[in-house]
Write a protein that binds this ligand. Structure first.
Ligand SMILES: NC(=O)c1ccc[n+]([C@@H]2O[C@H](COP(=O)([O-])OP(=O)(O)OC[C@H]3O[C@@H](n4cnc5c(N)ncnc54)[C@H](O)[C@@H]3O)[C@@H](O)[C@H]2O)c1
Length: 422
């Protein structure tokens, strides 16, 4: 199909492969399929323009199809320069008539020019993964703030940025923090990132995880998931934390907890998952063993201090696709995967579709909720309404063929009372 839309993608010739892969992912996304069918008949987003800045993957493509089915006019740009799947970008333009601006490996200037192109679409709704569109709108495109009824945010790091804007009373429009939905972070961050991060490290390096010391910085939802799966592959897992509660939980789960200074000396594989900056820095790299592998699965590539690594190195070369070797002056070699960017998206395919099904069901229903409540929400960061979260959990259970019990009348009464039971 010839597109009528503006776009900048690598090669439209890749569209056929992209369509096949989008359809494959769709088979694993029954909740989104059900929402798409309802959207097609009810058209809840009719007449609304959406600017989405998300990882351009097969699962995102199915979300775009869903928004379009609901009547929205959608533009999509990448939320990371390395995570775009070029065949998917081509398919969205060529087959699904969605305007896409994303090329895998695009340089910083192109990355930001693509975000500007999405903002040029004059959106009523924004959809972010890391708050980059919101960042542009709140800096030099402020004149558009008033046209926007609401935005959604997919990830922890974006929510942190948006809460900071809210705290300074500078948030220009209401935000629905999709990441805060239980059907998002309990599953996507933990099981999705857990599996796909391990997948990315293995695809990039082909190392055996069994018997290795695997250091994970951060025991949040993502860190927990990576730790669980690394242990399952036979690694000895070491956690570093700054939060005493989380560190305690990691210890009780049987993981070794160490400060990074100590972990740096013994780790074979490192993975940061904190959303923080310079978690692995010069003083840690100076202690690392020859052959240590460094990766990140947090949102931005600032968790590993890459400038410090570069300044320590006397020589660098590409050891494998996605793996850069840094030779230090004493001959030790450290290996950095995917330039310190989200390893699961840069070196693998991101989360499996079945997990994104719930996250993106939240995105689609949050967009509908925003439209239904246009003008009624304040310039605040809202969680996803509990009814939406529970509805997605119900739909998901149904698609998994799992039935659960219902409270009896007697039980409902008992659980709502204070004077029964002694
Ligand atoms: N790769 C992906 O696909 C993917 C998916 C979901 C989330 N994320 C990103 O992963 C990051 C973590 O997300 P989360 O949901 O687990 O967040 P979270 O807030 O649940 O966990 C982060 C943990 O890191 C700890 N931490 C902070 N600074 C630290 C430091 N200097 N050293 C050690 N620990 C430190 C915090 O105490 C916290 O326990 C975020 O950047 C998020 O956006 C990535």
């Amino acid at each position: 199909m010839a597109t009528t839309k503006r776009f900048d993608v690598k090669d439209l010739g890749l569209a056929e492969e992209g369509v096949r892969r989008i359809e494959w992912a769709d088979r694993q996304m029954p909740v989104l399929q059900a929402i798409r069918a309802r959207f097609e008949s009810e058209q809840p987003l009719n007449g609304y323009r959406v600017a989405a800045c998300l990882h351009v993957t097969t699962e995102t493509a199915n979300l775009m199809r869903t928004l379009k089915a609901g009547g929205a006019d959608v533009v999509l740009c990448a939320s990371n320069p390395l995570s775009t799947q070029d065949d998917v970008a081509a398919a969205l333009v060529d087959e699904f008539d969605v305007s896409v601006f994303a090329i895998k490996g695009e340089d910083n200037d192109t990355y930001y020019s693509h975000i500007e192109a999405a903002v040029d679409h004059k959106p009523h709704l924004t959809m972010d993964d890391g708050a980059d569109v919101i960042g542009v709108l709140h800096s030099h495109r402020r004149e558009q703030l008033g046209d926007i009824i609401a935005g959604t945010e997919e990830t922890t790091t974006g929510v942190i940025r948006l809460k900071a804007l809210e705290a300074e009373d500078k948030l220009g429009f209401p935000i629905i923090a999709v990441n805060e939905a239980k059907t998002k972070h309990l599953f996507d961050n933990r099981y999705g990132t857990g599996q796909s991060t391990i997948d990315g490290i293995i695809r990039a390096t082909n190392v055996l995880l069994a018997g290795k010391r695997f250091v994970i910085a951060g025991y949040g939802w993502v860190g927990r998931g990576v730790a669980l799966r690394a242990r399952g592959m036979g690694s000895h897992v070491i956690i570093t934390e700054v939060d005493p509660m989380r560190a305690l939980e990691a210890g009780m789960e049987g993981f070794e907890v160490l400060p990074m200074e100590k972990a740096a000396e013994i780790g074979d594989i490192f993975c940061t998952a904190t959303g923080d900056k310079h978690v692995i820095r010069r003083e840690h790299m100076e202690r690392m063993k020859d052959g240590a592998i460094l990766s990140n699965t947090g949102h931005f590539n600032v968790e590993i201090d890459i400038p410090a690594l570069k300044s320590l190195a006397t020589d660098t070369r590409q050891a494998r696709e996605f793996v850069e070797e840094f030779v230090l002056d004493d001959g030790r070699r450290l290996y950095l995967i995917a330039d310190g960017r989200l390893v699961n998206l840069a070196a693998a395919e991101g989360h499996p579709a079945i997990v994104m099904d719930m996250s993106f069901a939240n995105q689609a229903l949050a967009a509908e909720f925003a439209v239904q409540n246009a003008g009624k929400l304040e310039r605040k960061v809202y969680g996803v309404p509990d009814e939406i979260d529970r509805e997605i959990a119900r739909l998901k259970l149904a698609t998994m063929g799992i039935d659960i019990d219902q409270l009896t009348e007697e039980q409902a009464k008992y659980l709502a009372s204070w004077d029964e039971g002694t």
